[in-house]
Ligand binder design. Structure first.
Ligand code: ADP
Ligand code: MG
Ligand code: ZN
Length: 517
């Protein structure tokens, strides 16, 4: 198969996502009073309603409706003042009723959008946009067709087969704890154009849902999952091709890589004169390929009809406005505030806003820096986003909130660097020592005698000695080989045991080398 960047030069990918999010922060299930609890012993949270016993009547969970309205407001949706619950035919042992309650053509939330700020290496996947090629950054708006509320099914446990799989199992058990738990499903318009945009969309949605507090949004535990729909069309044409659907993707990387594979696979089929079949496929991250799960012969007929046990649901303006007033600060607003308050670049602000723990740390640091906050903001952001992130990338056991690097130690470290007391290279050493030994940066600098030498008179002595020891190099430099400056700086750093201030060294070198005798 050809690589993605090749394929995307000739083909345009059309991608739409269906995102399921379990409303894990609620106290009870969607239509009954059973407790919502992840990991409880099997069948300990069930009742006649979620077991589908005859005569049991569902009652909608008001808190779930508040959650979905918050999700709709945060994604710029129209909140529908009247919507209905529908029954969707579903025959499988994990749903005892034989149908799933979901919503029909009108969902609680319709016609929204999210704006994506694309930047970084993945932005280059948009080969058609000059700003993506030239500046590695662009903005794009993704339509949200709808967000509806539905109930989850129970969980099947297959016994006797390998790895809990149904193949080879002797019998199956059902755990109904999850049956009837509330889910929201967000469906995008087919507006995404690259796997990276799909990944960014998911990440942004996760940040928003986390900020709203409506879900744990754990892709590992399955409280946030996506189906990726993708088709291709020739660049320049605007019809839609036949799509395939990648089901139940449970990580951002899998979403990106699965879509990228599927784009390349479809291109190969189409270029060989073949046709894409509308089918559901599964991304196998180990084999790095997608495999067919089922082929859609005709449109599914779920026999959807309004649930006669549930009246149409009316929302009042007061209800919607009360929720609008409860909206927390959302990621885009956070980014704007960080830029305005501390003069951060948009890119840095977005990176900080992406991780709650890092952001909290940064804001604590800004409070400590007080009047110096604007001056300390950029170096502190760099420290967190580059050096600390690199340290944390290790075995995953790193916990910024619990770690020996406290906000005041971090501010102290960047202040030492800003004052020129330690060089940026020494700063990395101090950071490593803070993380390893849990001491204050100033104490480490004292202990190790690491103070950067910025004193011009002291450095001048070193520069003179280095130039005197290298007459040939000096002659070459003056003859035009100015690249040798790096060599001189290196020699001076060596002569000062790495403690010379590189800026001062550079400045004095430039003066001395520029002056011809
Ligand atoms: P289906 O009826 O097959 O479920 P929907 O119209 O409900 O399809 O759309 C499901 C998802 O697939 C949506 O996110 C939508 O944006 C996306 N989608 C629809 N048509 C295409 C297409 N031709 N290529 C890629 N994605 C598509
Ligand atoms: Mg659909
Ligand atoms: Zn119940």
């Amino acid at each position: 198969m050809r690589p993605l960047e090749d394929v995307l030069r000739e083909w345009e990918a059309v991608i739409g996502l269906e995102v399921h999010c379990a409303l894990t922060t609620l106290a009870t299930k969607m239509f009954c009073g059973c407790k919502l609890e992840f990991g409880a012993p099997p069948n300990t949270h069930t009742c006649p309603v979620c077991l589908g016993l005859p005569g049991a009547l569902p009652v909608p969970n008001q808190a779930a409706i508040e959650s979905i309205v918050l999700a709709g407001l945060a994604t710029n949706c129209d909140i529908m003042k009247r919507s209905m619950f529908y029954r969707k035919g579903y025959l499988y042992p994990d749903m005892a009723k034989g149908f799933q309650i979901t919503q029909g053509p009108v969902a609680f939330c319709m016609n929204g959008h999210l704006d994506l700020a694309m930047e970084g290496p993945g932005a280059g996947e948009r080969v058609d946009l000059p700003q993506a090629r030239e500046r590695g950054a662009y903005a794009t708006r993704i339509g949200v067709a709808r967000i509806h509320l539905e109930e989850d099914a129970g969980k099947m446990i297959h016994v006797g087969g390998g790895e809990g799989r149904i193949a080879g199992a002797t019998h199956s058990l059902v755990d109904f704890n999850r049956a009837g738990t509330p889910l929201i499903e967000l469906v995008t318009r087919p507006d995404l154009r690259t796997p990276e945009e799909a990944r960014r969309f998911m990440q942004k949605l996760r940040q928003i849902f986390l900020a709203l507090g409506i879900s744990s949004c754990s892709m590992e535990e399955g409280s946030l999952r996506a189906d990726g729909n993708v088709s291709l069309r020739r660049r320049g044409s605007d019809g839609f091709g036949v799509k395939t659907e990648l089901k139940n993707i449970n990580s951002f990387k899998h979403l990106h890589d699965g879509l990228a594979y599927e784009i390349c696979r479809q291109a190969e089929v189409l270029e060989a004169g073949g046709a894409i079949r509308q089918e559901t496929r599964h991304w196998d991250p180990h084999a790095k390929r997608t495999v067919v799960m089922r082929v859609k012969e005709t449109a599914d007929d779920y026999r959807m009809f309004p649930d006669p046990d549930l009246a149409p649901y009316d929302l009042t303006d007061e209800f919607i406005e009360r929720l609008r007033a409860k909206l927390p600060e959302l990621p885009d607003q956070k980014v704007e505030r960080l830029q305005a308050a501390f003069g951060l670049a948009a890119y840095d602000a977005r990176q900080l806003a992406e991780d709650a723990a890092t952001l909290a740390f940064f804001e604590d640091g800004m409070a400590i820096a007080g009047g110096d906050a604007r001056a300390v903001a950029k170096p502190l952001a760099n420290l967190l986003l580059n050096d600390v992130a690199a340290a944390a990338a290790g075995d995953g056991s790193f916990d910024l909130a619990a770690g020996p690097l406290t906000p005041d130690r971090a501010v102290e470290l960047v202040t030492l660097m800003a004052e020129g007391a330690v060089s940026s290279r020494q700063g990395k050493e101090v950071l490593a020592a803070v993380l390893a030994e849990g001491k204050d940066p100033r104490a480490i600098v004292e202990e190790r005698g690491m103070k950067q030498v910025s004193d011009a008179a002291a450095i001048e002595v070193v520069v003179d000695a280095v130039l005197a020891a290298n007459p040939d190099q000096v002659a070459k430099y003056r003859a035009g080989k100015t690249g040798l400056i790096g060599y001189f700086v290196g020699q001076c750093m060596k002569a000062t045991n790495g403690q010379g201030n590189p800026q001062v060294i550079n400045q004095i070198l430039a003066e001395k080398l520029g002056a011809t005798e």
